[in-house]
Design a binder for this molecule. Sequence first.
Ligand code: ADP
Length: 593
Amino acid sequence: MKILKQGIITKVSGPLIIAKGMEEANMFDVVKVSDKNLIGEIIAMEGDKASIQVYEETSGVGPGEKVVQTGMPLSVELGPGMLTSIYDGIQRPLEKIYEQTGKNIERGIEVTSIDRDKKWTFKPKKNVGDTVTSGDVIGGVQETKIIECKIMVPIGIEGKIKEIKSGDFTVCETICVIEDKKGKSHEITMMQKWPVRKPRPVKQKLNPDDMLVTGQRTIDTFFPVVKGGTCAIPGAFGSGKTVIQHQLAKWADADIIIYVGCGERGNEMTEVLTEFPHLIDPRTKDSLMNRTVLIANTSDMPVAAREASIYTGITIAEFYRDMGYNVALMADSTSRWAEALREMSGRLEEMPGEEGYPAYLGSRIAEFYERAGKVQCLGCEERVGTLTVIGAVSPAGGDISEPVSQSSLRIVKVFWGLDASLAAKRHFPSINWLTSYSLYKEQAEKWEQENISDEFVRLKNKAMAILQEEAKLQEIVQLVGIDAVSTKDRVTLEVARLLREDYLAQDAFDDVDCYASSHKQERIMKIIFKFYEQMSRATEKGINVEDYIKLPYVSRIGKAKFIEESNVDIEFDDIEKSLITETDRIIEKGGQA
Ligand code: ADP
């Protein structure tokens, strides 16, 4: 049996432990601390001294106790059985921990990340004699009702298949034997391991260009994300961050959802843990967990575990991306992770950067987001997978000039600025249309031209111009009053109001309004512009703005978003028809509707 090297603790400072006698250890190796077997990771080395970040409470641990080296970097287990799981930051299934220890989680508890006893039906897709290389799919198992877990040749192995089985196996049983060029046999199981800090390799990074359709009008139309893109959402408490993330998890056309909750306040996480498993997948009408992995730090884990949860999450996400799936990862919130980095850096007595955060904050955040992308997966067959990363940021007081927001904004391509004042007015989603942006506009417009229409692209750009114009006009109105504004500008203000209230605002809790197809988005947009055209026509003929907006069809536009998808064409055609006839009539009657 391999004898594991040991070091001796010289200092304990909260989640940071210094140990000597560690000269043979490597950076980012996992160690087991004291007799309690607490999991830690080496984050700095100096001579024989290792600084260890411990992922469990260190109270009661003191100098003189041992640190056992494992000689392995912090890794995750990858294989069937991850979907539907709820893990802690170091990939321990919460349910299993609970079964073993009850409510008060004991420290140092060891549970396997993937069930060792469950049998999965493996269906081979390769034959004996086939030559395979790293990343090739040799078979698959139906992991949940809707997702097939593709079994891939582990990275670093290639050769000829000597044996391949079919039938029911556990994740540890050999299902295939590959003989490499040197004649060495490799036994392949359905589970593989991967160090979390190392991005999983790909054949090639591609330019992300496919829209991630979310059914959320503000996002799809004005601030789109592409599959493989990166996005930051700063969300002050109560600004609707959680609801947006739930909406995306439910409706975005991603195959797999990885939700990383590295929150601090217990209630934030409990909300996710209690609500997520009850969310229904609108496409399958079954539990959303069938295509979800939740990673949640329990409140009795120290801040350091937040870092592990971010890396665990993104590695699991990469694994499903490698199968060729569209994966969306949501991290809530990256600010809490940054705070953990700050705390550890302080304890390591490193030179602090801005606001006490370590100088490497920016590069850590960048490394995380850079693991997103659209890729050509490893393996002989052409397979494209995407990993979209959406990170929530929670700047204190909503002030995004702080380092975490700024470092995120430097790297992400989409920014949805949640606005507390919009939330206070109950305008949801509270994405501020004046401060938010998407650098994927070009890709999105190309997609829209192909899948919606050229006209829609023209109208949506015009709509944004009207919303910006409205902001300027409102300043004037505040100064001189509405009566001093020209009729033309009054019309612009009315159109902007419709755009805000009837297009941008979307009720996540309404059965119909929670999702709007691209077609419906186009129809609503068109009808608002028809209103613009007809209202301009009427006011030019001397009709009062107040009289015009009382026309019955105007209130029908307001309700249009609640029209079911199947009735959209019939009802919208009808509204358009009354729009013309009612306008004709009011002009004819000189203002009497
Ligand atoms: P946060 O996570 O930022 O603290 P939440 O996402 O919990 O905020 O939202 C707070 C409340 O705002 C919700 O309980 C809900 O009432 C309302 N809300 C947020 N987004 C929407 C939405 N899209 N549609 C309707 N109501 C919303």
